[in-house]
Design a protein around this ligand. Structure first.
Ligand code: DON
Length: 552
């Protein structure tokens, strides 16, 4: 086994590792270890994923969760695929004007913080649905490591300590009762113990999903809602179900991409962009050449424009997936593409980035087991620690996923994304996501498992890492580490990581009509590539010093 270690004193973190048979890449060394332990105990990739999802709820509280939701894409070793939607849902009392004042202006912060920002959590239902279909080891055994970590505590990393310090004011603002996260000055190595979360996890272990959606936990969530004028009811919890959906698959050259259908826009937009790129000689253009960046920005502009208009929860809105992915449609979409100038997005009011990208948080895990089964999962509370409301007595943060709805047509959410009717708030509807857990085959065999946090930038980040390998000849570590950029139609600007474009490239792109906004970092990809000799290369993103890849 070859590996490259990150310089972290507290944990043994590996950012790039090659192993013979199995691999786990997750956002925290303790959850990675839980996944590896389950694989070694004879669990499969789904078992490992379930165990590490519960463990992340403990050791990665800013995004790992039981109070949020996510998406899972599975490819079994025999080539069969599946995708699971355990995205949060709007409570039954939600309606399209719930974040507007009497003049129909958006009330600042209502969809992002506090009780009304929370959707009905889906994670626990998702884990049980996945286990019922694919689990090999008893689920109680898979939850046990999380219980232990919650009860006995763990040492927080520097990254987590920084986040906990940054959000103390919000924790005080939205919570009256004491909780384990409240502390004046968190330092790397401090012990975080979560007794109430441990008890909730025990109820889930002993009673199944009903240990979360019913009984004591549901009562505690309802009490929390009553205290903060929230609207999630015991009935909402009782009614929540995760949903198996047919994964979206299509080809790009000799590759087959398997990704998430709505309620995430990720799969559709990723495939649209790749299909629009396919006719062009991207590898001849070269990595970060003027031609490649221009072309990739232009296909992203078109895909995100479609996202804003056409995508939402397909249980509520007829998302025209077939039309959006039709070859002729995508060729037509590029008819106004000009090789030497940017197409402007100015016929609709520009969206705005209201929050620095570094304050967002989601998480992704990629797993391949010894038999070659692969799982790609992205899960989130949306922002760091979700809506900042900690369920008193039950010990976990609730999501602020309601902000992913279009709270008013044309008004951007925290990621600057706008939407319309397709993604309007409605009772029991899922809010549109950008999460893009993806698995890629090459010549019919498993080739890559990847995904990332990053809000709206998730889809373009997944695309870039794949293309860095498939078109620009990079190994996976270089592909994940390479500087990224992003375009999302509105605002009409290329977002680029600091230092990502040379002055010459910027001048050339400006000459074509592009403009830029520099950000500290874009996305944190966790990826596994199957090498030609069959070994697995796992790469954790150096942009998050907690990201960890381990294999054997
Ligand atoms: O579902 C979505 O698209 C967003 N709620 C994801 C949020 C996210 O990635 C924040 N993190 N970096």
């Amino acid at each position: 086994m070859q590996c490259r270690k990150a310089d972290t004193p507290l944990y043994n973190i590996t950012q790039s590792v090659v192993a013979d048979s199995a691999m786990v890449v997750s956002p925290h060394p303790l959850s990675t270890q839980v996944g590896i332990d389950v694989l070694r105990q004879g669990g499969n990739a789904v078992d490992a994923t379930i165990a590490l999802q519960f463990a992340m709820a403990v050791v990665y509280p800013r995004a790992g969760n039981i109070g949020g939701g996510g998406f899972m894409v599975i490819r079994q070793s025999d080539g069969q695929t599946a995708s699971l939607d355990y995205r949060e849902k709007a409570p039954a009392a939600a309606n399209r004007n719930m974040y507007l004042d009497s003049l129909e202006n958006v009330i600042d912060g209502l969809s992002t913080s506090g009780h009304l920002a929370a959707g009905v959590p889906g994670t626990v239902a998702g884990m049980f649905a996945a286990h019922q279909q694919y689990g090999k080891l008893p689920i109680a055994q898979l939850i046990e490591p999380a219980i232990e970590l919650a009860r006995e505590g763990f040492r927080v990393s520097q990254e987590e300590a920084d986040r906990l310090n940054r959000f103390q004011e919000d924790f005080h603002k939205y919570n009256e009762a004491p909780n384990p996260f409240l502390k004046e000055n968190w330092m790397e190595g401090d012990l975080l113990m979560q007794a109430e979360l441990g008890q909730t996890l025990e109820r889930i272990r002993d009673q199944g999903a009903a240990g979360f959606y019913g009984g004591e936990t549901a009562r505690l969530i309802a009490d929390e809602m009553a205290e903060g004028n929230g609207i999630i009811t015991p009935q909402d919890l009782q009614n929540y179900q995760a949903k198996w959906r047919t994964p979206l698959t299509d080809t790009y050259k000799q590759y087959r991409v398997i990704s998430m259908p709505p309620s995430s826009s990720g799969g559709v937009a990723l495939l649209q962009m790749l299909k629009m790129l396919e006719p062009y000689p991207l590898s001849d253009y070269g990595f970060h050449s003027r031609e490649a960046v221009h072309l990739m920005a232009e296909v992203a502009r078109r895909a995100y424009a479609d996202r804003a208009e056409h995508m939402g929860d397909m249980d509520f809105y007829p998302v025209p997936i077939d039309s959006l992915l039709a070859d002729q449609y995508l060729l037509d979409r590029m008819l106004n593409f000009q090789t030497d100038s940017a197409t402007t997005s100015d016929h609709i009011l520009a969206g705005n980035f209201t929050v620095g990208i570094e304050s967002f948080e989601t998480t992704h895990t990629s797993v391949v087991d010894g038999a070659g089964n692969a799982v790609s999962v992205t899960t989130t509370l949306n922002s760091n620690y979700g809506c900042k409301v900690w369920v008193d007595g039950a010990g976990f943060f609730l999501n602020n996923e309601m902000d992913d709805f279009s709270v008013k047509p044309g008004v951007p959410n925290q990621f600057g994304l706008i939407g319309a009717e397709a993604n309007a708030v409605a009772a029991n509807k899922r809010m549109l996501s950008s999460m893009t857990p993806t698995i890629i085959e090459k010549d019919g065999k498993l080739f890559m498992v990847l995904g990332t946090p990053g809000g709206s930038t998730i889809i373009t980040a997944v695309m870039q890492v794949f293309l860095n390998v498939a078109e620009f000849g990079m190994d996976l570590e270089a592909a994940v580490g390479a500087k990224r950029f992003h375009h999302q139609w509105l605002p009409d600007v290329i977002m680029v990581e600091e230092g990502g474009f040379s002055p010459e490239l910027k001048t050339a792109l400006e000459g074509m009509g592009h403009s830029f906004r520099e950000v500290q970092s874009i996305a944190k990809v966790k990826a596994i590539q199957v090498l030609e000799d069959g070994r697995l290369h796992g790469v954790a993103d150096p942009r998050n010093t907690d990201d960890d890849a381990k294999g054997y």
